[in-house]
Write a protein that binds this ligand. Sequence first.
Ligand SMILES: Nc1ncnc2c1ncn2[C@@H]1O[C@H](COP(=O)(O)OP(=O)(O)O)[C@@H](O)[C@H]1O
Ligand SMILES: CC(=O)N[C@@H](CCC(=O)OP(=O)(O)O)C(=O)O
Length: 265
Amino acid sequence: MSQKLNVIKIGGNVLDNADNLERFLTDFALVPGLKVLVHGGGTIASEIGKKMGMEPIMINGRRVTDANTLHLVTMVYGGLLNKNLVAQLQARKCNALGLTGADANVIPAHKRPVEDIDYGFVGDVESPEKVNVEFLTSLAHQGIVPVFAALTHDGEGNMLNTNADTIASTLAVALSRQFEVNLVYCFEKKGVLLDVTDESSVIHHLQPSYYQELKNTGAIFAGMLPKLDNAFAALEQGVKAVIIGDAAELQDIAAGGKAGTRITL
Ligand SMILES: Nc1ncnc2c1ncn2[C@@H]1O[C@H](COP(=O)(O)OP(=O)(O)O)[C@@H](O)[C@H]1O
Ligand SMILES: CC(=O)N[C@@H](CCC(=O)OP(=O)(O)O)C(=O)O
């Protein structure tokens, strides 16, 4: 039996709220066993960019990333957010190491080809097979907890902006070669909701046919669509379990409790 490992992703709306973030980090530090943290920060990059006169442009949930935006997200995700998360985890006796996909060539990517839309410096990961699993395994054996920002690189000297949900599912799939991996998407709602305005309407189990139905009725939309596409893809490629739930309920989710939405095939 392979060892268990949790890949836990935290979204920008939780990072943006100091109280919720503190609580999440305390709970994350207490999650037993091997773990990896992946963080977004899209809302914070947008806020900081606006103060600098840069209006965010999002298409299909992805940020159009021109050269100035790439500078912005490299500073915000790779610097400000990543380093503060590491410091806050160190204060909780969790031996975190901040990384982007460029560090130790963990996540090779290429610039998204221009088809209908030019996303600019947005990275599509090469494939989970190219992930430097050996490096991550050696960190795990040293008790070091990697903390990934939503950045990859193209191997030619350029950083690329990559959706954090995709980074989390790529790492989860890659690490499934060595470990029994649970992928947990934490955000600010109780799970995937039947009615997005009603926190009591959590869908406890979501399978592809029901997903299709809820997509058609419009009950699932916006950022939840790529998150679920990543979730199903991860399960198809060997990830043991995927749960989408409230960052405030991480303890229960990590313990295999009932909180959140469990994605199944
Ligand atoms: N059925 C649904 N249940 C919950 N959230 C939903 C649903 N449909 C759409 N959403 C939206 O998806 C968002 C989460 O996706 P996203 O904004 O990408 O989050 P994150 O930044 O945490 O990855 C929620 O804030 C919510 O507005
Ligand atoms: C290409 C692309 O869209 N990248 C994302 C990366 C951050 C992210 O994914 O943040 P959340 O998880 O908080 O949404 C962006 O810049 O918004």
